[in-house]
Design a protein around this ligand. Structure first.
Ligand code: SAH
Length: 365
């Protein structure tokens, strides 16, 4: 299946009347929609503003519309989810379980960064990042990840992805500044809806493409397809191992997509976009965190324009991996640095609320 170029072609594409749910429709499309309802064109701008910036959950909420028209359109869905559960971790990270119209539950995380983390008050909010899900469950079944343990239910629709961002925005009463596609699911297996959501988050919600990061475990041909969209979005690839046998042990899909092929495709993507790729590497004590693994990883990535994000493992109940000690993590980091590889250790936020990387599942615990 090849993905049509939804984003790059959007400028030339002629807008068509959107089919509800309306969330995800552009200003031009919403304008056509209001006109199809016998309303003047300027109502399109109002509708766009209320959906994307005022957080309208129902068309009946839009008080600038006449009462009569509102009652006629009240049942036409915008496409918002309902809040099923919300919990706040001590570091201010908020985990949301959102219920979709078919009853499925999906998880989203709001991650505030404060200038002074000791005084997490709204005044000192520096960034508000949303970690969005792209699927209900995940078919990849990586051994260390909670999401895969629950199996795969379905892809999320475009509006269900955008809704997560609007939910966090209205809960925090702050503009979202960054989005990471690192929640439940494998985004490149839901390419069209993810690309549609990226376009709308950029053009309608107003979040800069450079503030978006998409994380993938690597699906054959999809990294190149994504690169061909020529977006300013950062691509992060979940590598997690410096060689094929170890990667296969952790990631079932690696069997049919060897690490050399994955890296070759990543190199192509860098050539197409001119943008650096980030590699993510979950550190599992005694499994992939030894000094020789670091040396091997440095060799594998030699000459690559890259940045490595080391993610110390966040525990999940189904498996008994351990997070490495601070010393081990430091040694691993130093070896990469000695080989001139840009590296960051990314301690996940939200651990205490089971809202950290790899801990997302469609239940409260
Ligand atoms: N499917 C995508 C995005 C989802 S996960 C992907 O695989 O990239 C986002 C990141 O969290 C991935 O790098 C993933 O491997 C990592 N992760 C999964 N389980 C984890 C765990 N238990 N601890 C730390 N990171 C984990």
């Amino acid at each position: 299946m090849s993905a049509p170029s939804l984003v790059a072609n959007s400028e030339t594409k002629i807008a068509s009347i959107p089919v509800p749910p309306l969330l995800g429709a552009s200003l031009a499309e919403l304008t056509m929609w209001v006109q199809s309802q016998g309303q003047p064109a300027y109502r399109g701008k109002q509708l766009h503003d209320w959906i994307y910036h005022q957080g309208a959950r129902s068309l009946a909420d839009i008080s600038v519309f006449s009462k009569q028209w509102r009652s006629q359109i009240a049942d036409i869905p915008i496409g918002r989810s309902t809040l099923h559960y919300r919990s706040v971790a001590p570091d201010g990270t908020v985990k949301y379980l959102l219920q979709l119209t078919d009853g499925q539950i999906v998880e989203t995380v709001g991650i505030p960064t404060y200038t002074n983390p000791r005084f997490p008050d709204p005044e000192s909010l520096e960034r508000l990042t949303v970690c969005v899900s792209t699927q209900v469950g995940c078919p990849m079944a990586c051994d260390f990840c909670a999401t895969g343990k629950g199996g795969f239910k379905r892809n999320l629709a475009r509006h269900e992805i955008i809704d997560q961002v609007l939910t966090v925005q209205s809960d925090f009463q702050q503009r979202v500044s960054n989005i990471v596609f690192m929640g439940m699911g494998e985004p490149l297996l839901n390419m069209n809806h993810v690309l549609g959501a990226i376009k709308s988050l950029n053009q309608d919600v107003g979040i800069g493409q450079r503030n978006l990061t998409l994380s993938t475990v690597g699906i054959r041909d999809r990294i190149r397809q994504f690169a061909e969209e020529k977006l300013q979005v950062t691509l992060a690839v979940s590598l997690h191992a410096p060689n094929q046998p170890l990667r296969e042990q952790l990631i079932p899909s690696a069997h049919s997509y060897p690490i050399e092929d994955l890296l070759a495709e990543c190199r192509e993507a860098v050539e197409i976009t001119g943008r650096r790729i980030t590699f993510e590497y979950v550190l599992l004590a005694g499994v992939n965190d030894l000094p020789e693994h670091a040396t091997e990883l440095a060799g594998l990535l030699r000459g690559f324009q890259t940045h490595v994000n080391l993610i110390p493992y966040n525990p999940i109940s189904e498996v008994d991996y351990q997070r490495p000690s601070g010393d081990r993590i430091q040694t691993f980091t130093n070896i990469l640095k000695q080989h001139h590889i840009a590296v960051t250790v990314r301690y996940s936020r939200g651990l205490a609320a089971d809202a950290a990387c790899g801990q997302l599942r469609a239940s409260k615990k």
